[in-house]
Design a protein around this ligand. Structure first.
Ligand SMILES: Cc1cc2nc3c(=O)[nH]c(=O)nc-3n(C[C@H](O)[C@H](O)[C@H](O)COP(=O)(O)O)c2cc1C
Ligand code: SF4
Ligand code: SF4
Length: 358
């Protein structure tokens, strides 16, 4: 079996899989279920002094493994978390991360009570970028458990904000929160899905999350919980290759059920073994050096394996320049005077019949 353990801000995790903040971690029972299903760590729903009142409805499927939501923070008040939900998890089998925010004053009020009630770590979240570093400073003044700061890909000066948070004492970063505001419209009724602008999560946002993780890791040597659109074992590997130390997810287990954790852990182990890797940690940041490479301008040179080709013609269809022809005898013809080396045909081939010659 491959070694999939990791260490986040000095705390060992039995796997990189973390249940990110959201409705599945709404109370002690939800969190206990996640640990039992195999989550190595769980982030609580965001805890603020007062409970939120969510609009009805407030979560909708948005296609392609993605969701829209207009959900606020926890609908249990902080007092309830501190007196009942967190103490009820004292015998847990996993790492408990209390999410709180959204202002420095609230963090100053709640950081120590949440730690005393049993949280192993804090995760601070706010919609306002300018609150991030002051929240970290408030948490560090209040106690000594590790502090993650959750960042949004919406923030244009993301790397600078992370730098400010590290200067304020952050031990790690969770990247990213849901994206938005976003909009879908039900064309039958002509009404906006959920009746409002909403937050977008799930598979559609993974490329944006990966970009944020990589940007942070190119700038700083800091543990990052890569979060956003992770839905299968290969996505976990992709996040780790972007530089993540651990991987958060909420939409996938919400849509597929909590058994997602056990299934994904098994597939992750099989993927690593199948690709000859003895551990996951060895892949961390594997893609980052390539982001610094000089962009080449030499034409692409293709290899074509007729035995792998299923004659699906996808490579022919997607070529904007009509450079490819699949002959009746299944020979692949490429007109090099037309080919602009855009690379699209390679990436749509389902069987890797097309590949690059270095
Ligand atoms: C319904 C829903 C509620 C969420 N509530 C919170 C929250 O209270 N606090 C928070 O920091 N993130 C919250 N999130 C964001 C997730 O923790 C996560 O950052 C985001 O959804 C991207 O990950 P995913 O694509 O795996 O879901 C919520 C996400 C969803 C889908
Ligand atoms: S690299 Fe682009 S231009 Fe060249 S054959 Fe493929 S799709 Fe066409
Ligand atoms: S996309 Fe791949 S499998 Fe399909 S015709 Fe082209 S080379 Fe063959």
């Amino acid at each position: 079996m491959a070694d999939i353990t990791t260490t986040l801000c000095g705390i060992p995790l039995r796997s990189p899989l973390i249940l990110a903040s959201g409705p599945l971690s709404w109370n002690a029972e939800g969190i206990r279920t996640a640990f039992a299903a195999g989550a190595a760590a769980v982030v609580t729903k965001t805890i603020r002094p007062d409970a939120t009142v969510n609009p009805v409805p407030h979560i909708a499927a948005a296609g392609r493994g993605s969701l829209l939501n207009t959900e606020g923070w926890s609908d249990l008040p902080a007092r309830r978390w501190i007196e009942h939900e967190l103490p009820a998890l004292r015998d847990r089998d996993g790492v408990l991360i209390a999410s709180t925010g959204h202002t420095p004053a609230e963090v100053a009020e709640l950081a120590a009570p949440l730690a005393n009630a049993g949280a192993d770590m804090l995760e601070l979240v706010s919609y306002r970028a300018e609150d991030a570093a002051p929240m970290v400073a408030a948490a560090k003044r209040a106690g000594d458990i590790p502090v993650l700061v959750k960042v949004s890909a919406n923030w244009p000066d993301l790397v600078q904000i992370v730098g400010d948070c590290l200067a304020a004492g952050a031990d790690g970063v969770t990247a990213i929160d849901s994206i938005g505001p976003a909009l879908r419209i039900d064309v039958e009724s002509g009404r906006p899905t959920l009746g409002a602008f909403a937050w977008y999560s799930g598979e559609s946002i993974r490329p944006i999350a990966l970009r944020a993780v990589a940007q942070i890791r190119l700038a700083y040597d800091v543990p990052v919980v890569g979060t956003g659109g992770v839905a299968r074992a290969e996505d976990v590997v992709e996040m780790v290759m972007a530089g993540a130390t651990a991987v958060g997810t909420h939409t996938a287990p919400l849509l597929q059920g909590m058994a997602w954790f056990g299934k994904t852990q098994t597939h992750l182990d099989a993927w690593l073994e199948g690709h000859g890797h003895s551990d996951l940690a060895g892949l961390r940041g594997a893609a980052l050096p390539h982001l610094r490479e000089i962009v080449p301008h030499t034409p692409l040179r293709f290899a074509f394996d007729v035995d792998l080709c299923t004659a699906c013609r996808r490579c022919v269809t997607v070529c904007a320049y009509r450079a490819r022809q699949l002959q009746l005898d299944r020979r692949m013809a490429l007109d090099e005077t037309l080919c602009r080396s855009c690379g699209l045909c390679l990436t749509v081939c389902p069987t890797r019949a097309l590949s690059l010659i270095d």
